[in-house]
Ligand binder design. Structure first.
Ligand code: CA
Ligand code: CA
Ligand code: CA
Length: 338
């Protein structure tokens, strides 16, 4: 029962929200990072870059090579997809019964969730390329209007979308959760080697048991920057760590002007010893970070809706505006069909 304490769904927030939110949250956000020095924003080098290649969950499947193929190298055809659904070429055995599609028994969608599409038999290769992702899966938009924005924005929403926004897709199989994001960002910059939230970055917040409870072994914040680096934050120390073994990612920046791709695999074992099955719901959120001028210029948390009253201080790192203290603000993913 300890898990339902006041820090509901604290999830990490880590370094990130510490800086985002406090009573005049936007001001603090800017103040904290206004002194950030760093190289001018510049195009990161192209190519697919991989991190966290230690994952081993794929080893039991015929497509196990995916985990180790994150070194990329063919980033020239980056995009949001293009191949027909289900033709990823994976030779993963579905469940040994010919003709029976283990993804077929999709449950009714639960209100307030987005779907993670079933990838059994079509495991994506983690290379930053989305030819193994059906384009229609990229239906989830994170932008200034749909999320909780921080930092400096325009009154022109089209300009805001070009400045920082993303579409993302989610898939799952018996071993892993997969996330693919296409981030729009007009200027690529990733000068900070310590805290990747200062860089152009894509973040995930995961509540593996969907208990919205106090931070535990099933909760994880992951950050992936445009340079292909990744890190994790863990409450309560709120320091960046190497991503757990079982998290694999790859970034591709070439081929698509002003966008970058991030493809991520998270072994289920990373967010709790839970047997995953169709219909299950996990807590899930996405955040984007934008560095255009050498510091952290703006950010968006997709589904966080911070209450007016920010009142969830937590020691040893008081966070008076801790958004994830509020259970109702954390979004959900349901494991569904294809
Ligand atoms: Ca891929
Ligand atoms: Ca930008
Ligand atoms: Ca940027």
């Amino acid at each position: 029962m300890a898990r339902k304490a006041r820090r509901t769904s604290v999830l990490v927030l880590g370094a990130i929200s510490v800086s985002w939110v406090s009573a005049g949250c936007g001001d603090e956000f800017l103040a904290r990072h206004s002194g950030d020095a760093g190289p001018e924003a510049g195009e990161s080098s192209g190519g697919a870059k991989a991190t966290g290649g230690r994952s081993r969950t794929g080893g039991r499947r015929a497509t196990g090579g995916a985990a180790g193929r994150a070194t990329g190298g063919d980033a020239g055809n980056s995009g949001t997809g293009g191949n027909p659904p289900g033709d990823s070429g994976s030779s993963e055995a579905s469940s040994g019964e010919a003709g029976a599609d283990p993804c077929a028994a999709a449950p009714p969608a639960v209100a307030g969730t987005i779907v993670a599409h079933c990838a059994i038999g079509a495991t994506p290769v983690i290379d930053g390329q989305f030819d193994d992702w059906p384009p229609e899966y990229f239906s989830n938009l994170v932008n200034h209007g749909s999320g909780e924005p921080y930092g400096t924005w325009s009154v022109d929403e089209a300009a805001n979308d070009a400045n920082l926004s993303a579409k993302f897709a989610v898939r799952w199989d018996g071993d892993s959760l997969f996330v693919a994001g296409v981030v729009r960002d007009n200027v690529r910059s990733a000068p900070d080697a310590t805290h990747f939230y200062v860089n152009d970055a894509f973040e995930l917040f995961l509540d593996g048991s969907n208990d919205e409870g106090e931070y535990g072994a099933d909760d994880l914040q992951l950050l992936f920057d445009v340079n292909g680096r990744s890190q994790a934050n863990h409450y309560p120390t709120l320091e960046p760590f190497a991503v757990p073994s079982g998290v694999t990612s790859a970034v591709a920046t070439a081929g698509v002007a002003a966008t970058w791709n991030v493809e991520i695999r998270i072994a289920w074992s990373v967010i709790g010893p839970i047997a995953r099955s169709m219909g299950e719901i996990i807590g899930f959120d996405v955040a984007l970070d934008d560095n255009d001028t050498g510091g952290r210029d703006r950010a968006i948390v997709w589904r966080n809706r911070m209450p007016t009253a920010c009142a969830c201080a937590m020691a040893p790192n008081p966070q008076p505006c801790e958004p994830y203290c509020y259970a109702g603000t954390f979004y959900k993913v349901q494991l569904g069909g294809r």
